[in-house]
Design a protein around this ligand. Structure first.
Ligand SMILES: Nc1ncnc2c1ncn2[C@@H]1O[C@H](COP(=O)(O)OP(=O)(O)OP(=O)(O)O)[C@@H](O)[C@H]1O
Ligand SMILES: [Mg+2]
Length: 144
């Protein structure tokens, strides 16, 4: 396979970590660079405890922590020996941000889980996975 850039999108959930494990194995076996991205959606209408709006500092800190948690959990679970990888943390709408990231990096493959950290199991595909499958600029590997 002539893949040079593989993107793995993780929200820290078990399923996205399983997808990231496959992405790391693929990157190792085809000598591709692995880009691991996590996106935190700014909480809309989050007014903190006691009804007071969060300060910019509190909001930034909470978002930073959420990103670090998702990435840390993923990195802890991966065997990255011999893999050329980079991590990226972004703030924004997950699907839109991941699509832009794949475009900017000329990704050859995007690897995602079928579901993520969401708790409402209404659909077989999660909403982020659904949008990625529809709009990704590169092939998508969806891991059950
Ligand atoms: N914030 C995110 N940052 C990076 N990757 C993500 C993010 N959210 C989802 N993904 C990727 O998309 C896959 C599917 O997650 P998705 O969010 O679609 O499912 P869900 O959380 O079960 O459902 P929903 O979010 O619709 O409630 C995840 O396994 C992960 O690979
Ligand atoms: Mg989700």
């Amino acid at each position: 396979m002539n893949w040079s850039t593989i993107v793995s999108a993780t929200d820290g959930s078990e399923r996205s970590i399983n997808a990231a494990k496959l992405a790391a194995d693929l990157a190792r076996s085809c000598g591709a660079k692995l880009l691991i991205i996590t996106v935190v959606r700014p909480p809309e209408g989050w007014w903190g405890i006691g009804g007071a709006p969060p300060t910019a500092t509190a909001l930034t800190k909470a978002l930073d922590e959420a990103q670090h948690e998702a990435l840390d959990a993923t990195l802890r679970a991966l065997d990255l020996e011999g893999v050329d990888y980079e991590t990226t943390e972004e703030l924004g709408d997950p699907a839109t941000t991941i699509i832009g990231f794949c475009e900017d990096n000329n990704a050859d493959l995007l690897v995602i889980g079928r579901r993520g950290a969401g708790v409402i199991e209404r659909f077989i595909l999660g909403s982020v996975a659904d949008r990625l499958v529809h709009y990704s600029p590169c092939p998508v590997l969806v891991v059950p």
